[in-house]
Design a protein around this ligand. Structure first.
Ligand code: C2E
Ligand code: CA
Ligand code: CA
Length: 706
């Protein structure tokens, strides 16, 4: 069959269109395939991108179940004990819920353990998921904190800090820098570090600093700078070079502290190493130093120099009664007055307490030194007015001369000391020049002291007896026991030389006990020989009187010797009564109750009045021999002796006069009603044998034999 031509066309057209359609649909398929392929590639790319992200990224559904993670998030979630498909821990849920409900992103820093995490939570609406982006910011935070710390140090440290660039131009200063220098930051930033230069150091000094900085990047040392107000001050500075990021030197940091206070303190310490804190006078150290150089100088130029030691009289008493504050004020005043008595070039030092020492150089005549000593005593004796107190004191001065009395510092000081003690002994407000005899005296004293310890055990002591006589009848009434020390070398040492030493060393206790025992024993023998009138007076030292063992000791000796107590007379001195009035009264009463008599020895040498003494149970008063000596011609002595005698009579006390050496003494006592006398006129102290012999001759003391 024949197909008509238009039909062909239609068919052909149809075929063409069908083919086109086919091609088109083929093309579309291809296109779609390509598209699919492309988006797959993109997904792979994205996943790869996500998984390679250094920070954890993950996604959860709206209930918090993890549905996607990148690789770092796997590790991160593992840390939270969560895996893909599992829910986040509860603490994350709050943010998640609020994020979903508001649809807002949340950015938050959370701090698990010692890490800091920046968490960004972003809700996605379709599908309903939530993306988590985590960033570990621990390192940044740590750096930040470190910086804050450094800044705190910079701002608050007491050290001044300046940061300068490598050309020495100040870039930054801290508040302490401003405090110390007085400059504000605006005034110094942009200026060279030398802005606070003091001008005290030369160029070489700064060159050295720069040299060290270039070579070692470091320098430290003491520098003097100038404050804004012009004052220069010392500081301890440490400069360090700091490298920049590229490793090259970028800045210098200078850290310093102000040494002004420290220097002042050092100076003060140094000052007080050489000067007395109270008076600001040179102290012992500086004094020795000055004396040494003065001696060298005097030696070189063949000159004399004088060393003076001064001790205030009664200072201890003033200190004790008016208090240490007034005592200190007095010492200051004394120091001021002393300094005025000397030339600038002389040294006036305080060695401690109330002891001062002076050096006078280039002495021409010893008399010049004596004149100064006299002037000092006159000046120091003037009344002091201290806080409503009128104080009177004096000074005792010892003088020694180089090279006459000694050539070295120790000898000179020792000799001046000795002379000072001699001046004190001679009465207060006195001076004394050192003499060779003083050393001999001291040496003698030292030998006595050394030997005294063994003397008792070696039986070197002996009791002597001096008769006491009835003034009217001249009959012996008893004796006074007086101890003697017979040295093995034949010396007979007087008690005045060793009793004070025995008191100082405490030896007086066994010695006094021995004397009492011996005296009681001997007197009992005389009594037993028929000398019924015999009594014995034994001297009691203050130390013995204060000894708690006194009463039992006396009782025991009386008991052992068999001497009736009324035959014993104990001689005490006034100082005992001054110490502790009540205690003294009690002991005396106890002794009295035993039947023992008590005499007050050396009456008149102390300060007490007879009326004061009346309160004590005293039986006898012994007028001191120093008042007897001038009788009858010395009007003072006569007046004193008469007063004592008449008062004693009124008070019912018996009086014994000591030191009756002449007939006139005896007659005076006889005329003035003194009951008993004792003295060389009748007899010196005798050994017990001689005393026994005297007794056998008869009780009556025969005057005509004298
Ligand atoms: P004192 O108790 O005042 O004794 C009297 C002193 O005067 C004795 O000195 C005696 O020898 C001395 N004397 C006596 N008659 C005369 C005289 O007419 N003219 C002069 N110038 N002196 C005379 P002595 O024995 O050297 O004793 C001195 C001091 O030693 C005593 O003074 C006494 O305080 C103390 N003493 C003596 N023996 C002892 C003792 O056993 N114990 C204590 N604690 N002290 C004693
Ligand atoms: Ca006596
Ligand atoms: Ca006496």
């Amino acid at each position: 069959m024949e197909i008509p031509p238009p039909t062909y066309t239609v068919v052909i057209l149809l075929l063409i269109s069908m083919f086109s359609l086919l091609v088109l649909s083929m093309l579309k398929i291809c296109q779609q395939r390509n598209l699919l392929k492309n988006s797959n590639d993109q997904l792979t790319n994205l996943t790869c991108l996500l998984s390679q992200l250094p920070n954890p990224v993950f996604q959860t559904d709206n209930r918090g179940t993890v549905c996607f993670t990148n690789e770092t998030a796997v590790v991160f979630l593992k840390g939270l004990n969560v895996q893909l498909g599992e829910a986040l821990p509860d603490i994350w849920m709050e943010e998640l819920t609020s994020c979903i409900s508001t649809g807002d992103c949340i950015t938050k820093t959370i701090k698990p353990a010692d890490r800091y995490l920046d968490v960004q939570i972003i809700p996605v609406t379709n599908p309903k998921v939530v993306n988590f982006y985590i960033r570990d910011i621990t390192k940044e935070r740590q750096k930040e904190q470190q910086l804050r710390l450094l800044n705190g140090v910079f701002e608050h440290t007491l050290e001044g800090i300046a940061i300068a660039d490598c050309n020495g131009i100040i870039k930054k200063v801290n508040p302490s820098y401003m405090n110390i220098t007085g400059f504000s930051a605006e005034e110094v930033v942009g200026k060279p570090v030398a802005i606070i230069k003091s001008g005290k150091h030369d160029d070489g000094f700064y060159l050295e600093i720069w040299k060290s900085l270039i070579e070692n990047r470091h320098w430290q040392g003491e520098v003097w700078n100038r404050r804004k107000n012009g004052e220069i001050f010392p500081k301890w500075l440490s400069i360090t070079g700091i490298n920049g990021i590229n490793g090259d030197l970028s800045h210098y940091v200078g850290v310093f502290h102000d040494m002004t206070e420290m220097k002042l303190r050092e100076e003060k310490i140094e000052f007080h190493a050489y000067y007395d804190v109270l008076t600001d006078l040179p102290n012992r150290v500086l004094f020795s130093d000055r004396l040494n150089s003065a001696i060298s100088h005097a030696k070189r130029y063949q000159q004399k120099l004088a060393v003076l030691v001064l001790d205030l009289d009664d200072f201890k008493h003033i200190n004790d009664s008016l208090g240490h504050y007034i005592g200190d004020q007095l010492l200051k005043k004394v120091a001021q007055r002393l300094v005025k008595c000397f030339r600038e070039e002389d040294t006036v030092a305080r060695l401690g307490g109330d002891e001062f020492m002076m050096i006078i150089e280039e002495v021409k005549k010893v008399n010049d030194v004596v004149d100064i000593a006299v002037r000092i005593i006159a000046s120091l004796s003037q009344t002091y007015f201290l806080e409503d107190n009128e104080i009177q004191t004096g000074a005792s001065i010892g003088i020694t001369i180089y090279p006459d009395d000694g050539i070295d510092i120790n000898t000179l000081i020792k000799n001046a000391d000795l002379a000072m003690y001699r001046a004190k002994d001679a009465g207060k407000s006195n001076y004394a020049l050192f003499t060779k005899e003083m050393t001999e005296m001291v040496e003698r004293r030292m030998t006595i002291e050394q030997n005294l310890r063994y003397a008792l055990n070696r039986n070197e002591f002996q009791v002597y007896y001096q008769p006491k006589i009835d003034t009217r009848t001249l009959l012996i009434t008893g004796t006074e026991a007086l101890v003697r020390w017979n040295r093995p070398n034949g010396d007979l040492i007087s008690p005045d030389d060793f009793i004070p030493l025995a008191e100082e060393t405490g030896l007086i206790l066994p010695l006094g006990q021995w004397v009492l025992k011996e005296a009681c024993r001997q007197t009992k023998i005389w009594l037993d020989h028929g000398y019924y009138f015999m009594t014995v007076a034994v001297n009691l030292s203050a130390i013995q009187f204060q000894d708690r063992n006194l009463l039992p000791m006396v009782k025991q000796i009386l008991h052992e010797s068999g001497l009736p107590p009324e035959k014993l007379n104990l001689e005490i001195t006034e100082n005992i009564l001054m110490m502790d009035v009540d205690a003294a009264k009690q002991i005396m009463r106890q002794l009295s109750e035993l039947g023992i008599h008590i005499s007050l020895d050396d009456f008149g040498t102390g300060y007490s009045s007879l009326l004061y003494l009346k309160q004590f149970p005293i039986d006898f008063i012994k007028i001191d021999k120093s008042f007897v000596k001038g009788l009858p011609h010395d009007l003072d002595d006569a007046a004193i002796a008469k007063t004592v005698l008449s008062l004693a009579k009124h008070l019912g006390l018996r009086v014994v006069a000591e030191g009756v050496e002449t007939k006139e003494h005896w007659e005076f006592m006889l005329q003035n009603g003194c009951e008993e006398i004792q003295g060389f006129l009748f007899s010196k102290p005798l050994t017990n044998d001689s005393m026994s012999q005297l007794l056998t001759q008869g009780r009556e003391m025969v005057l005509k034999s004298r």
